[in-house]
Design a protein around this ligand. Structure first.
Ligand SMILES: [Zn+2]
Ligand SMILES: [Zn+2]
Length: 384
């Protein structure tokens, strides 16, 4: 006995029509959007699709209409729908609801959507610069990057500026000069050639960086401000993501002058944003005598995961630039700034990026290892 379904689908659909349909549907059910080339639970690759004829093959098929145009090629892609098993059953069981006209609309909506969403020729492209190593469970995969960029941008090119050392010896001065030179060399070879603006197009770069703060600041100083640059931030809660949030919550940054001597030999700049550097620990590294001590902090208790939006990042930069200007005018002469920073990665990169090489005071960075601050990198000349 021939069942209705066997009769309806007995004829093999020509391969060219199938390929076209798969491409136009992007491998998803045209009704519910479910992916059809992977098992929904196990993720195993395979063909989980069913192909339905809108106008049916036989007279006993669903949606059969007597007035059907005889010139219609029943196997033409325009008459086919790529479906999951559930949706296929649902439409065939309910032909009064899922009419030929209705299914045409469903098909067209899906295929137009696929066409627009995959218009890679016209979606804004960006070059991703990834500076990361020792992820310690923090995730920075191509999936993370694409997710953070979507739907604004599409990564055309991913450049990796890896760190050399896999074992951190961050208390060792040699580590910092070694990594710093390695960064400069990689940057010169891999990124600088792309900074060529000779044809006047402003290229777009997206920054994903996970490294110790001093290296991130250094990295920032290398990034030109002639390019369009977006810096991204890993957020750990509620789930790990590099995607900036769309929230109107603002963070208020304030600058406190803690010690303002008449004769200033140096500046101690404390950034208490993602944590609070301990004053005692700082003082065991740098004396506060004749030091202008300045702290930038937030209106809430500092915590690691506070930076959620681009606006919050921009607001910090404004406060930082203002404070930098004030420090410069208080100091009157060139003195070094000792920087003790508990800050998110994106802020570290931006501090470097907003460094004015001609006007800014030299910056001496420290890194906290085993509850002690160790000198890391000095940015700018301290022997003026
Ligand atoms: Zn479906
Ligand atoms: Zn069917």
């Amino acid at each position: 006995m021939t069942t209705k379904s066997q009769e309806t689908h007995r004829k093999t659909i020509p391969t060219p029509s199938k390929i076209l349909l798969w491409a136009m549907a992007a491998g998803r059910c045209e009704k519910c959007g479910k992916i059809l080339y992977k098992h929904p639970l196990t993720g195993t690759d395979g063909n989980y699709a069913q192909i339905a004829h809108n106008h049916p093959v036989g007279k006993r098929g669903p949606r059969f209409e007597h007035k059907i145009d005889s010139s219609l090629n029943i196997d033409d892609v325009s008459n086919l729908l790529l479906l999951c098993a559930e949706c296929h059953k649902e439409i065939d069981d309910n032909p009064t609801l899922y009419t030929v006209e209705h299914l045409k609309n469903i098909k067209q909506t899906h295929e137009t959507c696929v066409y627009k969403a995959t218009d890679f020729e016209h979606i804004k492209t960006t070059t991703v610069i990834k500076y990361a190593a020792n992820l310690h469970g923090r995730s920075l995969s191509i999936d993370n990057i694409s997710d953070a960029l979507f739907p604004e941008k599409f990564a055309r090119n991913i450049i990796e500026l890896g760190l050399k050392n896999s074992s951190w010896n961050t208390s060792d001065e040699a580590y910092w000069s070694y990594e710093s030179q390695n960064l400069e060399k990689n940057f010169k070879n891999k990124v600088l050639p792309l900074f060529d603006n000779s044809n006047n197009e402003r290229k777009d770069f997206s920054i994903f960086a996970l490294a110790p703060i001093p290296l991130l600041i250094k990295f920032g100083t290398l990034l030109s401000n002639k390019q369009r640059i977006d810096v991204y931030q890993l957020q750990k809660s509620p789930t790990q993501t590099w995607r900036w949030q769309n929230s109107n919550t603002r963070v208020k940054y304030t600058t406190n002058y803690k010690n303002c001597p008449t004769s200033i030999k140096q500046v101690v700049l404390i950034l208490s944003l993602s944590g609070k550097p301990l004053i005692d620990t700082i003082q065991s590294t740098v004396s506060f005598e004749n030091s202008l001590v300045v702290e930038i902090t937030t209106d809430t208790t500092p915590y690691e995961d506070f930076l959620k939006t681009r606006q919050q990042l921009d607001d910090f930069i404004k406060e930082y630039l203002k404070t930098k200007e004030e420090i410069r005018s208080i100091c009157k002469q060139v003195v070094p700034i000792h920087l003790f920073a508990a800050i998110p990665n994106a802020i570290a990169v931006e501090i470097g990026r907003h460094r004015d090489t001609t006007a800014d005071l030299p910056l001496i960075t420290y890194n906290l290892t085993n509850n002690k601050y160790h000198h890391a990198l000095t940015i700018g000349d301290t022997n003026e």
